[in-house]
Design a protein around this ligand. Structure first.
Ligand code: ZN
Length: 199
């Protein structure tokens, strides 16, 4: 709502805002209308199943996007892989590693980190391509800690999403961060409150 009313989505009718962090949170505006999902949850997109035999998700299903994309899952996968290979790439205690380390190692072309981030972006990109086919958005704003910290994640997601849609000369605009960056959600919340008072 923040980006749609005051930010980069101003004047557009079909936009998606997806925040990747602890989980995946989504705001979708289609033909100028904010889409409400069942029970008004904002994490429906994150629980789209992209692999029927996939990993167990916190919701109880298997193969949800979120089970591959959350920052805790990425960190856990990296630590598991490092443990397995007994690599001493990091001088840090394994327990001190967080997603920012994994992201920055990915940017520095560390093989294990790159592999995990690309794998995560693959599932996210598949989900995003399903979304694009259904909603035909003009603008997709990807934001949140994972997008902020990892250019690799952002670029791979974009590439996979467009590739799986079989769209070559498309008009879909991808934006990293949005106009309000990490304040978009707060601006949107304000916009909704003001709107409610005015009505
Ligand atoms: Zn789930």
């Amino acid at each position: 709502m923040g980006e749609y009313n005051f930010g980069i989505g101003k004047g557009k009718k079909n936009i998606a805002y997806i925040n990747c962090g602890v989980g995946i949170r989504t705001g979708i505006i289609s033909s100028g209308v904010l889409i409400r999902t069942i029970n008004n949850v904002e994490d429906a997109f994150g629980h789209m199943v992209v692999d029927a035999d996939g990993e167990l998700c916190s919701c109880g299903n298997y193969g949800c996007i979120e089970s591959y994309v959350s920052i805790s899952n990425i960190t856990k996968k990296f630590i598991d892989e490092i443990k397995e290979n007994e690599s001493s790439l990091l001088k840090k205690n394994l327990n001190d590693i967080d997603y920012t380390d994994v992201c920055s190692l990915g940017e520095r072309e560390n093989e294990a980190a790159m592999g995990i981030i690309k794998d995560s972006a693959l599932y996210f990109g598949i989900g995003l391509s399903n979304y694009i086919k259904l909603f035909n958005p003009e603008l997709i704003i990807l934001s949140g800690p994972l997008i902020q910290q990892s250019k690799l994640f952002y670029e791979t997601t974009k590439e996979i999403a467009l590739q799986k849609c079989h769209i070559k000369n498309n008009n879909i605009q991808f934006i990293r961060g949005g106009y309000f960056e990490d304040k978009s959600i707060a601006v949107g919340a304000c916009a909704m409150v003001i709107q409610k008072i005015q009505n």
